[in-house]
Design a protein around this ligand. Sequence first.
Ligand SMILES: [Fe+2]
Length: 199
Amino acid sequence: MHPPTQNKVLMAVLHIPDQGRTLSDFAEVKEYLADIGIGYEIWKPTFEIDRESTNEQILEAFANEIETLKKQGGYQAADVINLFPDTPNLEPMLARFSKEHWHDEDEIRFITAGRGVFHIRPKDGSPVVALQVEEGDLARVPAGTWHWFDLCSDRRIRAIRLFQDPSGWTPHYTDSGKDAGYMPLCLGLDFIPPQLQQL
Ligand SMILES: [Fe+2]
């Protein structure tokens, strides 16, 4: 058994569907993603945050990490997005990002509640990967990266976003159709694929 403080580390989930592989060790996931240009970290808040926390409190809890990232990536602004199943126009909003696209800006998401799945299609021809992100996970998808994003079946996410220029942050679609070939499976919510049941 691992001590509770390590449980989060063990929750990293990276699927490589075309190979039927899943990486679940944080260091392994981080290294694999680094090789295809994707940043992945796990952050812990400086104080407890919960459902009642305001956006300002969330930004404050991660102020040091946000400052570091801003300096590293030239990000100018940070905000908090908070989506629930009954958020107005949720599905049309999600549909904008569930087709393969890229941005002229980096896409930075730090998850404070809920979960979702980033699919990344590396331009070097290596297999599509599905990174499941949830509370504590930071994903950095550099500008120009082909990717798409889905929420899990609980339709819930709260995340800090960082921007170089919020006004320029729009999706450019590849229209490759590749997104249609991959199901956004979320471990622990939708179902556990048979190959994972023994892990
Ligand atoms: Fe995106």
